[in-house]
Design a protein around this ligand. Structure first.
Ligand code: ARG
Length: 467
């Protein structure tokens, strides 16, 4: 039986009817729909609408549906169900008879879908945080393994200054920790229960909204029935948070692709996550990285689709809201599948440390350190900058590095240059010079690694606390 046929004289056009259904995708929400329905049934019993035997039979019926769905995927191949809410009602009535129709007393699918989606997003957030913690572990382990290995850092994609490889990897750690934080924040804001909001004005039965909220692990009931049934901010916020994850993964992937090219030769692509060419026998291509970069577009696309779907909607529920589901599912499933692959790639990758160190020692990346030498001897920085710039010019003419200039040559530029200048220029000294919190001096990076580990442990504990 349809959920709404009474006032109609004509059946719906069959093409239209099939086209407007959502069961093909909202079947993902079945467990949440069953949990929310059980909470609603308990509230109905407490309000005296269901007898205790009716409650028991409804709860058992709902459980039976969960079991059947778990054992037989074919059970979900229902050609008649309009959506997941209709599917549950139909099957419940099939299992326990007309008492099943009592479950829909005092509720609307508008509050149900709003509730199911919040539950779905909440589970995704907890899974994602656990996955991000693993990914962060892999990065920090890489940072620890790197020890004091150095590499060039780039600005404008031109060699800028040497840094510790671990410092570079920790830059990604910061991005992914921010992403995990954003998800926590999103979870806090969504964890309120729409049940009892009815279609738009609140339910018509004296249901204990607080009890339903607690039952489903929400912090409290939502505060306005119009907002609760018309709101998908939490979906948009979540997918926006995902698009930041995608964006960070994409930047990471791009850098790895670049670094794996023969021109850089910093990164040795793990064979298990690369593919060959059907034409060129020598090729090893960074497919995992390229697809990671490509998936980001899809996630950002989902976030855009959601924003555009919501922007013109009057309050409260409109069927347009059904269109928020597929971008949500697609973005969530894309990122959930992506992070473990990226984590394993990070564990498998090898770096060409010799090549990176070599690159960290040429191209005048000690020029700022050279200017600092003069600053420490009282020279105004702008002048020191100019004089070291001239030294670089001289080196370019002679095809050498700053440390290859003689004291005489240097003194032409500034008489304060002395023999001790050279010891400021080697890689170790240049790295050690950046001795501030957040800088690349080895002691600072060691502390940063320890600090990152603590913060990641916290993310993991929090994710598990909710799981
Ligand atoms: N399948 C619908 C959706 O996803 C459920 C809510 C239907 N509500 C309604 N008034 N037709 O949005």
């Amino acid at each position: 039986m349809k959920m709404w046929s009474g006032r109609f004289r004509q059946p719906p056009d069959s093409d239209f009817e099939r086209w407007q259904r959502s069961f093909d995708f909202d079947r993902r929400l079945l467990t949440h729909e069953l949990a929310a329905s059980s909470a609603h049934a308990r509230a109905l019993a407490n309000a005296g609408i269901l007898s205790s035997s009716e409650l028991i039979s409804i709860l058992q019926g709902l459980e039976r549906i969960a079991e059947q769905a778990a054992v037989s995927p074919a059970f979900l191949e229902d050609s008649e169900a309009e959506d997941v809410h209709h599917f549950v009602e139909k099957n419940l009535v099939h299992l326990i008879g007309d008492t099943g129709y009592k479950l829909h007393s005092g509720r609307s699918r508008n509050e149900q879908i709003a509730t199911d989606l919040r539950l779905y997003v909440r589970v995704c957030i907890d899974q994602l945080r656990a996955e991000l913690a693993e990914c962060l572990d892999a990065l920090v382990e890489g940072a620890q393994r790197a020890g004091n290995a150095a590499m060039p850092a780039y600005t404008h994609l031109q060699r800028a200054e040497p840094v510790l490889m671990s410092h570079w990897l920790l830059a990604y750690v910061e991005m992914f920790i921010r992403d995990a934080d954003r998800l926590v924040d999103c979870r806090k804001r969504l964890n309120f229960c729409p049940l009892g909001s009815g279609a738009v004005a609140g339910t018509t039965l004296p249901l204990d909204r607080r009890a339903m909220a607690i039952d489903l692990g929400f912090d409290a009931p939502t505060l306005n029935s119009i907002d609760a049934t018309g709101d998908r901010d939490f979906v948009l916020e979540f997918v926006n948070a995902l698009s930041m994850v995608g964006l960070h993964l994409s930047r990471w992937a791009e850098e790895m692709i670049l670094f794996s090219s023969q021109e850089f030769d910093f990164v040795r692509l793990p064979e298990a996550y690369s593919t060959g060419s059907s034409a060129m026998p020598q090729k090893k291509n960074p497919d995992l990285l390229e697809l990671t970069r490509g998936k980001a577009a899809r996630i950002i696309g989902a976030a855009t689709a959601l924003a555009v779907t919501l922007k013109g909607l009057p309050l409260a529920y409109n069927k347009d809201l059904q269109e928020t589901q597929e971008p949500l599912f697609d973005a969530a499933e894309t990122v959930l599948a992506l992070i473990p692959l990226v984590t394993n790639w990070m564990k498998a990758v090898e770096f060409n440390l010799d090549r990176m160190r070599e690159a960290a020692q040429s191209g005048f990346m000690n020029a700022w350190a050279a200017a600092t030498y003069l600053v420490q001897r009282g020279v105004p920085f702008r002048l020191a900058h100019e004089q070291v710039g001239k030294a670089v010019q001289l080196c370019l003419e002679k095809s050498c590095e700053l440390q290859d200039l003689s004291v005489q040559e240097l003194r032409q530029l500034n008489p304060l240059f002395d023999e001790d200048f050279y010891s400021c220029l080697d890689l170790t000294s240049v790295l050690a010079l950046h001795d501030v919190p957040g800088g690349t001096a080895p002691g600072q990076v060691q502390r940063a690694v320890a600090d990152a580990k603590r913060r990641i442990e916290f993310i993991r504990e929090e994710a598990h606390a909710h799981a």
